[in-house]
Design a protein around this ligand. Structure first.
Ligand code: GN1
Ligand code: MG
Length: 377
């Protein structure tokens, strides 16, 4: 704890750390919420809390996942500055607020702190008077989550994707995950059980279809844009009073990519009422009315920049991102839980089964989902 407080102190040049606690439930980085005494206000004027104290987010980046953390910080700063500039120029109508986290600097004016053990720490502004939920509460919430992603894409639609670094080569490239899966299988094997056998067969049956988005991109049918990379339900913050979406957080995976990855990821996360951490994997279902609300929120903004061909791949994106995340969890289980933090040895297997069941539910409702997409065009 003392060490954590010392690290937090690097980002609070004038204030005193009053409190530090673990925050959220990320699968990759370690996240803390830090409260500092009021004197820090001058150093970080963005950190205004109602009660006079200020709060910020402190994170230790997982260097096993992010090999070039300085590039992650570079992307974060570009995106956060771009969004702030756009919103200062053209404020949102209807008095809505929308923000993304700002990068806070250390006493030496750096965007990160390396501790003596080699850990990479960075601090971000905390979005006040807002909250997140792990699953969707109702149709209004679904619409707001879709709106947030649409707002995020639209605010970045005039940022050339090549301004951003590729911080995670291979991220969301399903054929690469598939190749890795077969390598892991060859290296580690799989101890048979009904669940493991189901997973093995599930992946095998979808092997030929898995490159669907990458093939479309290679043929020039889909193009690269700045993407969030991880727009799941709990990365959208809602105003505690109005319930309106006010921020998109967790920008580590921002990079050039297909907006389809984001749309699919947002929907696979939001339209699964039991949530991705349920143990009740056999009961998992994709809820089409949540899909309609979420897409309506998204397309109210993104309708402006999506092309005909973009629409043609929306259904595949929804199906693929659920499958892909299941494949990533399943592979990690087979490899011995080396990527995603796991609370017990079977955790990543259960997470994989949840996504596979969700994929099946999407597939069985292909006609309904296709009709929703057509209705909203
Ligand atoms: C990871 O750590 P977290 O929760 O922000 C993962 C995402 C997955 C998500 C599933 C860099 O995100 O791709 O969709 O878990 N992030 C990375 O919960 O792999
Ligand atoms: Mg993330």
């Amino acid at each position: 704890m003392d060490q954590l407080l010392a690290v937090a102190g690097q980002f609070t040049p004038q204030g005193r750390v009053l409190d530090l606690r673990e925050y959220g439930n990320g699968n990759v980085n370690d996240t803390f919420l830090v409260t500092v005494g009021a004197r820090v206000r001058r150093a970080h004027p963005t950190l205004l809390a109602a009660d006079g104290d200020q709060r910020f987010i402190l994170q230790r980046l997982n260097l096993n996942v992010f090999h070039r953390p300085e590039l992650v910080m570079g992307n974060l700063r570009i995106v956060s500055d771009h969004v702030a500039r756009r919103l200062a120029r053209v404020p949102l109508i209807g008095g809505r607020r929308f923000e993304v986290p700002r990068v806070l600097l250390t006493r030496e004016g750096r965007d990160h702190f390396l501790d003596s053990g080699g850990s990479f720490w960075r601090a971000l502004s905390f979005i006040e008077a807002a909250e997140t939920f792990d699953t969707i509460k109702d149709l209004g919430h679904a619409q707001e989550v879709g709106y947030a992603l649409g707002r995020f894409h639209s605010l970045l639609s005039d940022l050339a994707p090549d301004h951003l670094s590729d911080t995670l080569p291979g991220f969301h490239l399903t054929p690469g995950y598939l190749a890795h899966y077969y390598e892991v299988l060859a290296r580690h094997g799989a101890r048979p059980s009904p669940e493991v056998n189901y997973g093995l067969q599930f992946v095998a049956e979808r092997r030929a279809w898995a490159p669907v988005l990458e093939n479309a991109a290679a043929q020039g049918r889909l193009r690269q844009r700045p993407i969030h990379g991880d727009p799941k339900v709990n990365n959208v913050m809602l105003d505690t009073a109005t319930g309106q979406a006010v921020a998109m957080v967790d920008l580590d995976t921002v990079k050039p990519g297909l907006v389809h990855y984001d749309i699919g990821d947002c929907l696979r996360s939001g339209c699964n009422p039991l949530g991705e951490e349920t143990g009740d994997w056999e009961m998992v279902r994709f809820e089409p009315e949540l899909c309609r609300a979420m897409l309506a929120g998204y397309l109210s903004l993104a309708g402006d920049f999506l092309t005909e061909t973009d629409y043609a791949y929306l259904y595949d994106a929804i199906r693929l991102l659920a499958f892909e995340l299941g494949l990533r969890f399943f592979t990690d289980y087979l490899a011995g839980n080396v990527y995603f933090k796991a609370r017990h040895p079977e955790h990543n297997l259960v997470r994989a089964l949840v996504q596979f069941k969700l994929t099946e539910s999407i597939e069985s409702q292909a006609t309904t989902i296709g009709a929703i997409i057509r209705d909203l065009r």
